[in-house]
Design a protein around this ligand. Structure first.
Ligand SMILES: Cc1cc2nc3c(=O)[nH]c(=O)nc-3n(C[C@H](O)[C@H](O)[C@H](O)COP(=O)(O)OP(=O)(O)OC[C@H]3O[C@@H](n4cnc5c(N)ncnc54)[C@H](O)[C@@H]3O)c2cc1C
Ligand code: SF4
Length: 510
């Protein structure tokens, strides 16, 4: 594998490395890579540090077990503490979660922007303020509708179900250029059609002179007289052991490790927020999976997943989609074991997997616990649990309307249901909260923006209150859930906040 010029991996490093630069960026995902590209365009000397490895497009295959091992943190099996626990996934590779995500690209809803402005006093966040950044994000990442021939039967069945129920539905907007519909998005796009950071902002920044260090974990943000001065970390050996050390001295430190790792890094660096909100307000957009069996082949792996979103219930905080979970992921969430699980999985070719994306209430918290490392606590609020159950019921109704013969619900011990009547009977009794099998791929809100230092970890542009030279640039910044796929919000905010940094470059010394 040839490594592009500008990228240094652990294999290239023989001893400790010391560097100086204008801006050091922790993380190369949606926020970090965007910052890198924007600052490099303005002539800033940028160094990006990424804990994960460099895996080019040509290395991606349909083998999801390999992808979980190489592209995800903890094999994609993060777990929250709480009942029910929530399984969550974070990307860990050059390009971050954008390499493994589904590619849905939506602007932040105007009501959400208005709420952030009204509740947290976030400046310059109206729809008009954000329009140029959304447009720039969409142009850079080729956001648009799918070519029709790439839409699979699983999505068409959900669409038919929505039509039968009279529910409104929209075609999904994705960051893709002539996607081939191979449905490997969660294992890395093997054609490069998905315009992730790996094939957009990372090479753009490198071409403009940015340097990227992969396989390198940042341990601490360093400070001098209260101001951020750089980072320290170490290269990760193939087995996970510590390799040579890396020390970077920088005029500006930009942390973009994602909504779990960013507060963990800042807290272990000894940073405190006067607001007390660092690590708090974690939102997860809880998901639960409905598995429907049809009489004939669906072959849901043909055609892109989530080609449509049912938007009928958006005002209630619910979006419904078909997501074609790959076999290992479906097996992990199926309510069965042993032979029974084997029999269910044998029918994989006749299955549609679908479910709700639920707006939640920011009831999670990230903490570093001595001896245990970073832990994620999350309490599924009663109202959110009820919304999740309703989303499951609506998804199952749509799938029955499309012709499903049997539906499995994501509730421990729940029997398979074979008709809308059985579904109604089952859900007439309350579903115990702890029995819901919840997972999440949208992590947000743990270093929220607010103009007020008593409420927010950062100001309206991601500058950490009270620590000169320190900026946050990822999904941690959201002062509440977006209620919709969050990537484009992360990118647009990073573009806007980079613009602010560039305007203030004399103050930062970059
Ligand atoms: C499976 C999956 C599917 C998704 N589908 C969609 C979708 O279809 N549409 C959508 O809008 N959103 C989707 N998302 C969510 C979206 O990808 C994220 O919201 C977005 O990427 C978050 O950007 P970020 O910059 O906060 O973090 P990330 O993109 O996760 O990037 C963080 C990077 O920082 C690195 N890092 C962390 N800590 C350190 C450290 N200490 N030292 C060095 N590096 C570090 C990580 O390794 C990682 O590469 C999905 C996510 C997943 C996991
Ligand atoms: S479905 Fe499209 S975007 Fe996803 S992996 Fe296949 S070609 Fe890439």
């Amino acid at each position: 594998m040839s490594i592009p010029s500008g990228i240094t991996t652990a294999a290239d490093v023989g001893g400790d490395v010391r560097l100086e630069c204008g801006a050091v960026i922790v993380g190369s995902g949606a926020g970090g890579a965007t910052m890198a590209a924007e600052l490099a365009e303005a002539g800033v000397d940028v160094v990006v540090i990424e804990e994960g490895g460099y895996h080019p497009t040509g290395s991606f295959t349909a083998e999801s077990a390999r992808a979980l091992r190489t592209l995800y943190r903890d094999g994609g099996g993060g777990l929250t503490v709480g009942r029910p626990w929530v399984m969550f996934a974070e990307g860990r590779c050059v390009g971050g979660s954008t390499v493994v995500n589904g590619g849905m690209s939506w602007r932040t809803p105007v009501q959400v922007l208005d709420r952030w402005s009204a509740q947290e006093g976030v400046r310059a966040i109206t729809e008009q303020d954000m329009e140029p950044y959304f447009a720039r994000a969409e142009a850079r990442h080729s956001v648009g509708l799918q070519d029709p021939e790439t839409i699979g039967r699983d999505s068409e069945l959900l669409k038919a179900g929505a039509a039968a129920k009279g529910w409104s539905l929209v075609p999904n907007r994705r960051n893709q250029l002539h996607c081939a519909g191979t449905n490997n998005c969660l294992s890395g796009c093997p054609t490069g059609a998905k315009r992730s950071m790996l094939v957009t902002s990372v090479p753009h920044a490198l071409a403009l002179g940015a340097r990227l260090f992969a396989d390198c974990r940042v341990e601490r943000v360093t400070r001098d007289r209260g101001a951020a001065t750089g980072v320290t970390g170490y290269f990760v050996r193939p087995g996970g052991g510590r390799g040579p050390r890396l020390t970077v001295r920088a005029a500006a430190v930009i942390v973009a490790g994602g909504a779990i790792q960013t507060p963990a890094l800042l807290a272990r660096s000894g940073l405190r927020s006067a607001s007390g909100q660092l690590g708090r307000n974690l939102s997860l957009h809880p998901n639960a999976n409905v598995t429907a069996f049809f009489d004939s082949d669906v072959t849901g792996w043909h055609g892109v997943h989530q080609a449509f979103q049912i938007r009928e219930f958006m005002a209630e905080g619910l979006i419904l989609t078909a997501d074609n979970l790959p076999p290992p992921m479906l097996a992990a969430v199926m309510p069965a074991y042993g032979r029974e699980l084997g029999e269910l999985m044998a029918d994989y070719n006749r299955v549609v997997t679908a479910g709700p994306l639920v707006t939640d209430s920011g009831a999670g918290r990230v903490r570093n616990i001595p001896g245990l490392g970073t832990q994620v606590f999350y309490r599924l609020a009663d109202a959110v649990a009820a919304r999740l159950v309703r989303g499951v019921e609506l998804t199952a109704e749509a799938l029955f309307a499309a012709g499903a013969r049997r539906v499995l619900l994501p509730f421990d011990g729940a029997p398979a249901v074979r008709s809308p009547g059985e579904l109604r009977d089952l859900l007439a009794r309350p579903v115990p909260k702890r029995s819901i099998q919840v997972y999440s791929i949208h992590l947000m809100g743990t270093a929220r923006m607010s103009e007020g230092p008593r409420r927010g970890v950062t100001d309206s542009y991601g500058a950490f209150h009270g620590v000169p030279g320190l900026v946050v640039a990822d999904a941690s910044l959201f002062p509440g859930p977006t209620g919709i796929n969050p990537m484009e919000t992360v990118i647009a905010l990073a573009m806007r906040n980079a613009q602010r940094l560039i305007e203030q470059r004399d103050r930062y010394g970059i």
